[in-house]
Design a protein around this ligand. Structure first.
Ligand code: NAD
Length: 483
């Protein structure tokens, strides 16, 4: 479909969903559960097709990663949301001063926002479409999903699955190129979730601001690992490499670089070499190794490696030859040791299989290094001493954090997920995700029989409001003394 046709369709489905929302602004909780239940059903019955589509889009994509993240991860999130929806949608009653308001009640009622748009990146095309859909539907919204132009096979499959499961006025997928992507945030959605790089995040927020459409921005950044002294063990090194190799580093919460105590840096490198020699000698060309998403992304990673080599920085290739199969766009893992700060791998999010190892002499310098940079999406500390690990976590700022592992904070359906500063704003996953896509409406219900002082607002004030104000001052002073 040409982009102008895709844009016309987007505008017409938005209109359709908007009208459907106005006609039926409250989808019952039972219906919402039934709607969410279709998500696990669709991924489980299409798991082979999902594997195949990802394999086509990435040229090489491990079936186990597809099953674990894009199928089972989505199933876990949907079932969790279904189990929580009664609790999340229930009113939350808040304190109301009985002296002033008698038996009146104040409550937060979570109301659907309306039509939510989801702009999805290429790296987890099913998970980042259907995962947030669980919370969007739980909140009672209608949803338009726009997959990335880099994942055409998965986008087409997603469109087919969604079309088979939902009417177009409830959930639909729009597919197109960059012109469609640019048009999307210009439209009057009731909320937009954008997941992708920070540069485009700024464009999306700018466009959405013109209509005062609220946004959730799930962006990227350079997620550091901080190895505290004594933490360079074979298990920890294996852990870090394992997370880095998921999708060949093309994961927003992947390990970007490692801070390592200077005296333990050679040990880190030799543990990494031993692990690859013993277990993953041919990793680069194995089916466990995800390909770079496109020639352009492959070229970017290769240029980063060449830049480090040209600067005569020590680099170590793990898991096979530095060259790459043109068919699969697979790459080995490259460790880059103590690179200068001006290299691209030190300034940009790497998002590929390169791991800089940065030696340090004292932890406060590392904490300062992190704090003067952009806030990362994830931050990981390895230490047997929880007090030390928590001290690092408390003195830094990031979207999420993990202690003695990496990235797992993003895998829990119950744990709010999102960024801070340059890595984004807002949350999905869990109750925070449900609330992100809801309007937390404050509703006041006056008690009957009327035993409150609300009538004092009717002039003349000398007969009512002034009297209450005087009492109010005395009450305020007493409250302050008690506080
Ligand atoms: P991408 O190129 O697929 O772009 C993301 C989406 O933005 C796509 O749907 C694309 O069509 C759309 N887009 C592109 N230009 C646009 C424009 N001008 N206006 C509106 N939409 C536009 O993906 P990407 O940005 O390369 O994704 C990688 C980045 O995403 C990394 O920085 C990564 O860390 C981040 N990411 C973050 C999360 C998270 O949850 N925080 C998850 C995955 C990826």
């Amino acid at each position: 479909m040409a982009d102008h046709e895709a844009i016309t369709r987007l505008e017409s489905v938005l209109d359709l969903q908007r009208k459907a929302f106005i006609q039926n602004p409250w989808i019952s909780i039972a219906e919402r559960k039934a709607n969410i239940k279709k998500i696990p059903e669709m991924v489980l019955s299409n798991k082979d097709e999902i594997r195949e589509a990802l394999n086509q889009d990435f040229s090489s994509h491990p079936a186990a990663v597809s099953d674990f993240v894009e199928v089972l991860g989505v199933v876990a999130r949907a079932t969790y949301v279904i189990s929580k929806i009664d609790e999340w949608t229930a009113s939350e009653f808040r304190d109301v001063d009985p002296q002033m308001f008698g038996k009146s009640k104040g409550e937060i009622r979570y109301q659907p926002k309306g039509v939510v748009g989801n702009i999805v990146p290429w790296n987890f095309p099913i998970d980042l479409s259907l995962g947030p859909l669980c919370e969007m539907l739980a909140a009672g919204n209608r949803v338009i999903i726009k997959p990335s132009e880099y994942t055409p096979a998965t986008a087409n499959l997603l469109a087919r699955m969604i079309k088979a499961a939902y009417p177009e006025d409830l959930v639909t997928v729009v597919i197109g190129g960059l012109d469609l992507a640019k048009r999307f945030p210009q439209l009057r959605f009731d909320h937009i979730l954008y997941t992708g790089n920070p540069a485009v995040g700024k464009i999306v927020m700018g466009e959405a601001a013109k209509n005062l459409v609220p946004v959730t921005l799930e962006l990227g950044g350079k997620c550091p690992v901080i190895m505290t002294p004594g933490s360079v063990t074979p298990e920890n090194v294996k852990d870090i490499l394992g997370i880095k190799m998921i999708k060949s580093g093309q994961m927003c919460i992947s390990v970007d670089h490692v801070y390592c105590p200077r005296s333990e840096m050679e040990n880190f490198i030799s543990e990494a070499e031993t692990y690859f020699k013993d277990n993953l000698a041919d990793f680069a060309v194995s089916p466990d190794n995800t390909g770079m998403i496109s020639e352009r992304h492959l070229g970017r990673i290769k240029r980063m490696i060449t830049q480090a080599e040209d600067a005569q920085v020590r680099s170590i290739t793990l898991g096979g030859q530095a060259s790459v199969s043109a068919n699969t766009r697979q790459l080995p893992l490259t460790l880059v040791v103590n690179p200068p700060k001006d290299l691209d791998i030190m300034t940009d999010e790497i998002f590929g299989p390169i791991l800089p190892i940065i030696p340090y002499d004292d932890l406060p310098t590392v904490v300062n290094d992190i704090n003067v940079g952009e806030r990362p999406l994830g931050l990981y500390v390895y230490s047997d001493d929880l007090a030390t690990a928590n001290d690092v976590v408390n003195k830094t700022n990031s979207g999420g954090a993990a202690i003695n592992c990496a990235a797992i904070q993003g895998a829990l359906p119950a744990l709010a997920f999102g960024g801070s500063g340059n890595s984004g704003m807002g949350r999905h996953h869990g109750v925070e995700g449900f609330r992100e896509f809801s309007n937390p409406r404050g509703v006041f219900t006056r008690g009957r029989p009327v035993e409150d002082l609300i009538n004092v607002f009717t002039p003349p004030y000398a007969k009512g409001l002034q009297f209450v104000v005087e009492g109010g001052y005395q009450h305020a002073l007493k409250s302050l003394q008690r506080a």
